[in-house]
Structures are given as C-alpha cells and as structure tokens.
Design a protein around this ligand. Structure first.
Ligand SMILES: Cc1cc2nc3c(=O)[nH]c(=O)nc-3n(C[C@H](O)[C@H](O)[C@H](O)COP(=O)(O)OP(=O)(O)OC[C@H]3O[C@@H](n4cnc5c(N)ncnc54)[C@H](O)[C@@H]3O)c2cc1C
Length: 398
C-alpha cells in the first residue's frame, strides 16, 4: 500500500522540528504549526543546553536512550552547525556528589568492550584541577562526547528543508477525523498581531492523513482540551537558568559540568562570552516568572557543584544587575522517559506524539523523532522492544 506522505506537526520546539526534519528527509511534505510567531518559543528557547548521557552502572533505559541520543545529536551538529558558535564538543565533567538521601554506586572504569567505553570514564586529576576541584576521594566522571548546544541554532538547521512549511501564529484549537476523507481536520486560530493594538484572529482549516503532536509542556492541556483524552500523567516542571557575561579576569572551566545542577561557560553571545548555571526544578509548576529566590537557589547549588567557580563569580552574583535569567517549562512523564509513537492506532489512526522530553530534550529529540518516523512508516525502530514499550503512549483502550 502506498503511504500518503503528508503530515502536520504541531509544535515548533526541538521535538516538532526534529520530527519535521526526519520526515522531510524521508520524502514527506510537512506543515509545522506553532501558536507562536517563531520556532523555539517555549522550552526549546533555553539559550544553551547540555548534551550528555545518563550514566548508570546497570545501563538502565534512560542510559541506553541518552547514549544513542547523544550520538545522533552530535553527528547532526558536526555536519550542520558551527562548532564554537552554535555548539561545542567541550566534554562534560559529571560530579557524583555524596548525597545524604542516596549514595551513588561506584563507577568502574569501563573495559574496551563495554557500551560505556567511549562515553563515560573516571575523571582525570587535570580535569578536576581545571574545575578547581581536588582529586582526593573523587568519584567524578568524564563524558568525552558531552557538549553544549544552542537549541535555536539546532532548530534552524533542522528546519532548513524546502519540504517543511513553517506556519507561525497558528494555534490548533480542535481536531477531528473527517468522516468523508478519513484525514485529520485541524481548526486553527490564526493570530494576527496589530501594531499598538494587541491582536486579532481569523480561523483556518488544515488537513492531513498524519499528525504529530509535539506540544511540549502544553501536551496535557492539548490532550484534554483538543482531543478530550486523558493526559497520561504528563506533568510540567518549571525551571530558571541564571546567567551572566564573563568577567575578563574570570578563569572558568572550558568544559561543561553537571551532576548537581549544571554549569557551562565560554558560550558566545552578541554581548560577549557568557556562563550559565541552574536550573531550578519546580515539579508540577508551569510559572514563567524569574525570581530572586530561584537565583539564590542556583547560586547555592553552584557553590556545591563548583565551589571555586562560585567564589570566582561571587562579586557578579552580589550585583543583581549582572545576573540574568531565562525561565521555561519542561514536560515530564511518570517514568521520566519520553512518550512517543501512535496515540492509539485503532481509535486514533494517523495520530502520533513526541513529548515528555523532560530535561534532556536536546539530547533526545533527534533520536526520538527517528523512532516516530519509523513507526509512521511501519519500519522497526533500532531500539530495544523494552525501551520502546517504556516510551509508548498509554491512552486507555476504548
Ligand atoms: C530551564 C530548562 C533547562 C533545560 N536544560 C536542558 C539541557 O541542558 N539539556 C537538554 O537536553 N534539555 C534541557 N532542557 C529541556 C529541553 O529544553 C526540552 O526537553 C525541549 O526543549 C522540549 O522540546 P519540545 O519541542 O518538546 O517542547 P517546546 O520547546 O516547549 O515546544 C512546544 C511547542 O508547542 C507549541 N504549542 C503548544 N500547544 C500548541 C497548539 N495548541 N497549537 C500550536 N502550537 C502549540 C508551543 O508554542 C511550543 O513552541 C531544559 C529545559 C528547561 C525548561
């Protein structure tokens, strides 16, 4: 049977852009809708993010997924982005700080045949020294393939394909299967900004046999209010990043650091090099308001993650005018894995989803989009059955 390769993707964050990219690359005609004027208007607007794997000695599903996701994203970045400007293969130092609530299993240096061999090693004394840390009793890890990336640059590169039509200011208000054609019919509210007067709107309809929902933290509302379906336990997690410009004298690590919050420096911006730290993690919250309390929280965590760096930046933190913020909302699932693939093949044929990318959307979006496209084309995805099952969408069967 010939597959009708027309698709509407809803949401132009990194998830929607990755789906649009993979599908267009495979010969699909894609319309990418977003209620915002431009792509990356929500969580994917984070100015910079870290690419890393979740290291676990027992190689749990999140580890398997992040390892494959990191490889896919770095391969794309190498080919399409400018190193040093849009992303940096700087490596990631993962701090394994002792925590009174749970101790982490010790990490054994991986053998050559281990899946971890080229991904996670024990941190070397020189790396710890560069971060102002002592190597005594260190359990810290080094991820040589870790990187930082600017999501806006990633999304722009993903969307540079003539078979993707981006339609900004188009909010999907309702959708249903047309009984006449069997296609999905989307009712769109087209927001029209009117200078100095706010905005107005008109309505339009778009149809396609296939639709991918990639609406980030708005997915629970989308499922409830547009599709009248349950939200599958997806929930928002609000976060605030604190950042500032490099003081010329500051000696900041050249690589990224994570493990208890995160820290990235030497990121070029139009105003000079910048550093970023955070972020806060407010479960079941979707506020977007920057607060001094969140800055204080990020500062405290930085002083635990990298005490020497926190000292170096102390005078900047003391001058609130020098500390900037970015706020966004992640979407997470109960098992902390993305939710992807068909929503319900029998009841809702042609309807797919890629959501709940949590705090690792930049690492995972491209890989997950490949799985979504595989499922749409009826090709077996290159991930284990167990992993696919853990990520499948679970709407109650009607
Ligand atoms: C503070 C913070 C720090 C983070 N740091 C990192 C990091 O270091 N590394 C990492 O990998 N990830 C990080 N993340 C996570 C990453 O940003 C997200 O996982 C990723 O951006 C999610 O992408 P998305 O496309 O699913 O959602 P979003 O980027 O939120 O996109 C959803 C889009 O859907 C649109 N939309 C919603 N409803 C509709 C509708 N009805 N009609 C039309 N359009 C609609 C929205 O306008 C939006 O543009 C961070 C997130 C936050 C908040």
């Amino acid at each position: 049977m010939n597959l009708d390769k027309r698709c509407i993707v809803i949401g132009a964050g990194v998830a929607g852009a990755a789906c649009a990219h993979i599908l267009a690359d495979r010969g699909w005609q894609v319309k990418l809708l977003d209620m915002a004027k431009e792509p990356c208007a929500a969580a994917s607007g984070v100015p910079v993010g870290m690419l890393s794997c979740h290291a676990s000695p027992d190689d749990n599903p999140l580890s398997q997924l992040t390892r494959a996701g990191l490889q896919a994203t770095v391969a794309f970045a190498k080919e399409h982005l400018i190193e040093g400007q849009d992303w940096s293969a700087c490596g990631v130092l993962e701090r394994r700080l002792a925590d009174s609530s749970h101790t982490k299993k010790p990490w054994q240096e991986p053998e050559q045949d281990s899946v971890w061999f080229s991904h996670v090693q024990l941190a070397q004394p020189e790396q710890l020294l560069q971060a102002g840390l002592s190597d005594e009793l260190s359990h810290d890890l080094w991820q040589p393939q870790g990187a930082w990336i600017k999501p806006l640059a990633l999304v722009r590169a993903l969307l540079s394909n003539d078979d993707i039509l981006f339609m900004g200011l188009h909010e999907v208000e309702s959708m249903q299967k047309s009984p006449a054609t069997g296609e999905w019919q989307l009712r769109l509210k087209n927001h029209i900004p009117i200078p100095n007067m706010g905005s107005s709107h008109t309505y339009a309809t778009e149809t396609a046999p296939h639709v991918v929902i990639a609406t980030g933290a708005q997915t629970p509302d989308f499922l409830n209010q547009v599709l009248y379906e349950p939200d599958m336990g997806l929930h928002p997690i609000a976060g605030q990043v604190s950042w500032g410009l490099h003081d010329h004298s500051a000696d900041l690590p050249k690589f990224a650091v994570n493990g208890h919050g995160s820290f990235v420096a030497h990121v070029p911006t139009t105003d000079g090099l910048a550093w970023y730290t955070g972020s806060t993690f407010d479960r079941h919250q979707s506020h977007l308001v920057a607060t001094g309390e969140a800055h204080a929280h990020n500062r405290q965590r930085l002083s635990e993650l990298l005490p020497a760096v926190a000292d170096t930046l102390a005078s900047q933190w003391n001058d609130t005018a020098q500390i900037k913020s970015w706020n966004g909302v992640r979407c997470a699932s109960i098992n902390r894995l993305p939710k992807l693939g068909p929503l319900d093949e029998k009841r809702l044929p042609g309807l797919h989803m890629l959501s709940a990318l949590g705090s690792r959307g930049l690492t995972l979006a491209l890989l997950c989009a490949q799985v979504v496209a595989d499922r749409m084309e009826g090709t077996p995805p290159a991930l284990s059955e167990a992993l696919l099952k853990a990520m499948q969408c679970e709407l109650p069967q009607g």
